[in-house]
Design a protein around this ligand. Structure first.
Ligand code: AMP
Ligand code: MN
Ligand code: MN
Ligand code: MN
Length: 280
């Protein structure tokens, strides 16, 4: 079983990289990629643990991109993590996070919620990776919301009361950096962006023109219908298909089961057939 999208404490996940790998293995995984947001710092630990357990592993990362004013996530797979231009891009994307956290904290303070900056930083294992997930955790911890979903619908979600505009990487630049590092660029969870058919066509065509190769046909706990729809779109736009749980923590039912994505629809051309790092 395959999982090409999950997170560790290097970004906004709850388990350290080696534990993510162990849990994936115990769930029956046979091919895994760790795809922390904007950071490759967990790959060496994850790869070493995967090797120890005899689990096929490829490098991964989930890059934050701004496309036409929206945030879109691009997963890079099977690249050289030491590639300088890719690392430079990731450093640049990460640098914006502290300022953004401060901007969100200022908005929360105007609503009478103080201490979000320090609170979120205290929860992030990696300071430059402070994310909205950590702010949500802080809001839960302080009793301002009941759960993560409420933190996003009330305060943190795009367009909600304490959201801020942020410029992440450029789409074409991100795809080019992943490709130049020998990797494969994948549009993460396309079913989550709420795009019109026209916007989807624009995104997929621009992505493909930039050298993008695949979309996630399965993500998290998406429906079978989503898989069928995105399998058709992958076919229409000549894109390969990927699958990932987007796992962040155990017992989070908004994500999929770590390491055990359902099979892709038959029409799909799986992205893993292209992998160099793990033959499968
Ligand atoms: P950031 O990269 O700081 O903008 O944080 C984005 C992360 O927040 C995503 O990777 C998810 O883990 C989480 N997230 C975003 N939107 C939601 C949502 N509506 N509900 C729950 N978690 C979300
Ligand atoms: Mn996340
Ligand atoms: Mn994402
Ligand atoms: Mn993710």
């Amino acid at each position: 079983m395959i999982d090409l999208h999950c997170h560790s404490t290097v970004s906004d996940g709850k388990l350290p990289p080696a534990e993510v790998v162990r849990l994936a293995k115990s769930n029956g995984c046979t091919l895994l990629s760790l795809t922390d947001h904007d950071h490759t710092g967990g790959l060496a630990e994850a790869r070493a643990e995967a090797e120890r357990l005899g689990l096929a592993f490829v490098n991964g990362v989930e890059v934050s991109v701004t496309w036409r004013g929206r945030t879109v996530h691009i997963v890079g797979l099977d690249f050289d993590e030491h590639n300088e231009s890719l690392q430079n891009l990731l450093v640049r994307v990460r640098q914006g996070r502290l300022q953004r956290l401060e901007n969100i904290a200022t908005k929360l303070a105007k609503k009478g919620i103080n201490g979000a900056y320090e609170g979120a930083l205290a929860l992030a294992a990696n300071l430059e990776m402070a994310s909205r997930t950590h702010i949500a955790e802080f809001l839960i911890q302080e009793g301002h919301v009941r759960n993560k979903q409420q933190a996003f619908t009330k305060y943190l979600g795009d367009g909600k009361s304490c959201s801020v505009k942020h410029e992440w990487a450029d789409l074409a630049e991100c795809v080019a950096a992943i490709t130049a590092a020998g990797g494969i660029a994948v549009i993460a969870h396309p079913m989550r962006y709420d795009l019109s058919a026209t916007a989807k066509r624009n995104l997929f065509e621009e992505f493909k023109a930039a050298g993008g190769a695949a979309i996630e046909v399965h993500s998290g706990n998406c429906s079978k219908n989503d898989r069928l729809n995105y399998a058709l779109l992958a076919e229409r736009y000549g894109l390969l298909a990927s699958a990932g749980s987007d796992f962040h923590r155990p017992n989070d039912f908004s994500g999929g089961v770590l390491g055990a994505c359902p099979e892709l629809p038959e029409s799909c051309r799986p992205v893993w057939q292209m992998f160099q790092q793990a033959k499968c």
